[in-house]
Design a protein around this ligand. Structure first.
Ligand SMILES: Nc1ncnc2c1ncn2[C@@H]1O[C@H](COP(=O)(O)OP(=O)(O)OP(=O)(O)O)[C@@H](O)[C@H]1O
Length: 611
């Protein structure tokens, strides 16, 4: 979607955003309505003191200069005080209601997004960064809290203020009221000029340019290490620089060329209502029968005109409040639209642990070509099958379909003869242990991280799993051994060490089926040897029985002894068989093997030369 389409779509979503937002509040949305109504009433009551001022002026002018004859003044004063106090109290009562509804709404929003994410397909978390999701779950809820608690009742108050103001304009003297209204109309005209028509086009381009600057800015920050390593100047990030320039130009044009005149006019007119009021009074005064009353009316309008700038400023900020509600609720709705792992009504239990891919086709959302195209192969129970092939061939995708990171588009993946989608998702997770590169430790101790696989496991069992996963050296070098805190903010572990920790977790789980990514790209030779040993241990199980293993093999050295090798290229199975069979076939695998042997001999030769 282009930025302009995105902006328009977000405008469209803006409509009804508040009602979509209130849907989260459940029965408490009545409290929001009540709070808004109270805020409106409070605003109308706040006009009371102005009416009292009019009454005071009327009575004083009527008895002038015998001021002592105006006996009701003190009463009006008390009324003004009482109404001002009542307005504040009613406003607080309104805020209480909207806060109660807002807290409930935000907590329901957080709960529903968290619940939904608990059932979202695991692949969703590969493509959506955890930081961004946290910002939606927590940030949007917090944003809507402020909106429902404050901005919405204030908007109701603004509407009441404008309606009340228009009514009061015509209650005492419609001619003087009309003079004030002229100021309001000119100010509104300036606002529409700035925001509507060409002004809106300006605004759309301004917003698009802002989005572009934010995007290129993020890319720039992410690329800073590359810039430093390659000694590039800031201008190597041309796109970011251009986006800043474009935004600066648009912001200046908008402020100087477009808004300067109407904004100045609006501010002058609205703060100088007297420009219209005084000439109107001079014109009307000569024909006035009751001059005392006319003077009181004039005094009222002169004082009341102070309300107009506040009312107009509130009008300007009303649309902003709705726009931010639309953005927040749209981001939450996007999370709620994340695909979930469907659970069958009557789950089936698998018979055995063989994995079968039957004519499986799968395309990533938004991708042009399928990542897997009519893929069929079998991993017999207790066998080890390796997926090999060029980068982007579909190995990771195929392995991800077994624990249902994604669901197939066509065909099926079965475990023990049962479609994985027909199994209880918990049962599937119990039966499959997976070790992927993206696995990261939790911010917990090493022991707790391992026990995440089986919380009821004893300390001894977890330590045994760590030992089996070749983690003894990691524990030795850490001051608190297995009780050392790792993960964000904890002790740093290298990539190879993290992978061994993840293998320990899988060993403790001791599931009958193991799906693993043997990538050891980041491991040094010593780590690699240990990881391979840990993999072997994982493939055997605690009872020594071989597990069903589907392994993504990035290096051919590890696949030679696999029971079967499946070669994936561009999402298709191009050949499968044992190492010897595939070498004899002379296809892609044979070529890959020849390349691999060549690279090994190069390494040996260069090592000898160095000696
Ligand atoms: N999350 C994703 N969204 C869209 N396309 C994806 C996603 N993940 C992978 N792909 C695409 O699917 C295809 C298969 O990718 P996959 O990661 O399964 O290949 P691979 O054989 O594991 O590659 P490698 O050896 O480099 O890890 C590639 O064209 C890749 O670009």
């Amino acid at each position: 979607m282009s930025d302009s389409q995105a902006t328009k779509a977000s405008d469209a979503r803006g409509k009804g955003a508040v009602s979509r937002l209130l849907a989260f509040a459940g029965p408490r949305k009545t409290l929001t309505y009540l709070g808004c109504a109270l805020s409106a009433v409070s605003m109308l009551v706040s006009f009371g003191p102005y009416v009292c001022i009019w009454l005071v002026a009327r009575d004083l002018i009527a008895v002038a200069p015998d001021w002592g004859a105006a006996t009701g003044i003190a009463a009006y004063g008390w009324w003004a005080f009482g109404l001002a106090a009542a307005s504040i109290l009613i406003y607080f009562a309104g805020l209480m209601c909207t806060h109660l509804a807002a807290f409930r709404c935000a907590s329901i929003m957080r709960k529903r997004t968290t619940d939904h994410l608990m059932h979202a397909s695991l692949g969703y978390f590969d493509t959506h960064a955890s930081g961004a999701l946290r910002r939606v779950v927590d940030g949007c809820a917090a944003e809507t809290e402020g909106l429902l608690a404050h901005k919405l009742p204030d908007t109701a108050g603004s509407i009441a203020m404008i309606v009340g103001m228009l009514v009061l304009f015509f209650v005492f003297d419609w001619r003087l009221g009309l003079a004030c209204l002229v100021a309001v109309i000119i100010s509104l005209g300036c606002m529409f000029y700035m925001m509507g028509g060409r002004g809106m086009d300006f605004m759309t381009r301004y917003m698009e340019s802002l989005v572009k600057m934010n995007k290129t800015g993020t890319e720039y920050v992410r690329g800073i290490p590359v810039v430093k390593v390659f000694q590039q100047t800031v201008y190597s990030f041309r796109a970011f620089h251009d986006a800043i320039e474009e935004f600066t130009r648009l912001a200046q044009d908008y402020a100087v060329k477009w808004c300067q005149t109407p904004q100045s006019l609006s501010l002058t007119i609205i703060n100088g209502v007297a420009i219209f009021l005084v000439p109107a009074a001079i014109l009307v005064a000569p024909g006035e029968g009751d001059f005392a009353r006319f003077l009181a009316n004039f005094a009222f309008y002169a004082i009341f005109s102070a309300v107009i700038p506040t009312a107009m400023t509130r009008v300007m900020f009303m649309s902003e409040a709705f726009q931010s509600a639309a953005d927040a609720v749209s981001r939450v709705e996007e999370v709620l639209a994340a695909p979930v792992i469907s659970a069958p009504a009557t789950p089936r239990a698998p018979a055995g642990n063989a994995i079968r891919f039957e004519d499986v086709t799968f395309t990533y959302e938004g991708a042009d070509a399928p990542a897997l195209d009519h893929v069929s192969f079998e991993v017999p129970a207790g066998a080890t099958v390796a997926l090999v092939g060029p980068s982007g061939g579909g190995k990771t995708t195929a392995a991800s379909l077994v624990p249902r990171f994604w669901d197939v588009d066509a065909g099926r993946v079965t475990l023990g003869g049962v479609d994985v989608r027909a199994m209880d998702p918990h049962d599937l997770m119990d039966r499959v242990a997976f070790v992927f590169q993206a696995n990261r430790p939790f911010r917990q101790t090493i022991l707790e991280n391992v026990r995440a696989a089986r919380p009821e496991a004893t300390r001894e069992e977890a330590l045994a799993a760590l030992e089996a996963a070749q983690c003894a050296d990691i524990l030795e070098k850490l001051p608190q051994g297995a009780d050392t805190l790792v993960g964000t903010g904890g002790t740093h572990l290298s990539g190879g060490e993290v992978q061994r920790l993840m293998i320990a977790r899988a060993i403790l789980k001791d599931a009958p089926v193991v799906v693993l990514d043997e990538a050891t790209a980041f491991a040094d030779p010593e780590n690699e040897v240990k990881i391979q040993a840990a993999f072997k241990r994982l493939a055997r199980g605690r009872d020594g029985e071989p597990r069903t293993v589907l392994m993504i093999a990035h290096r051919l050295s590890t696949v030679r002894n696999a029971d079967k090798i499946v070669v994936l290229d561009s999402g298709r199975v191009v050949e499968q068989g044992t190492h010897d069979e595939l070498l004899a076939a002379g296809g892609l695998y044979a070529r890959m093997w020849a390349d691999y042997e060549k690279s090994v001999s190069w390494r040996i030769t260069s090592a000898q030369e160095v000696e």
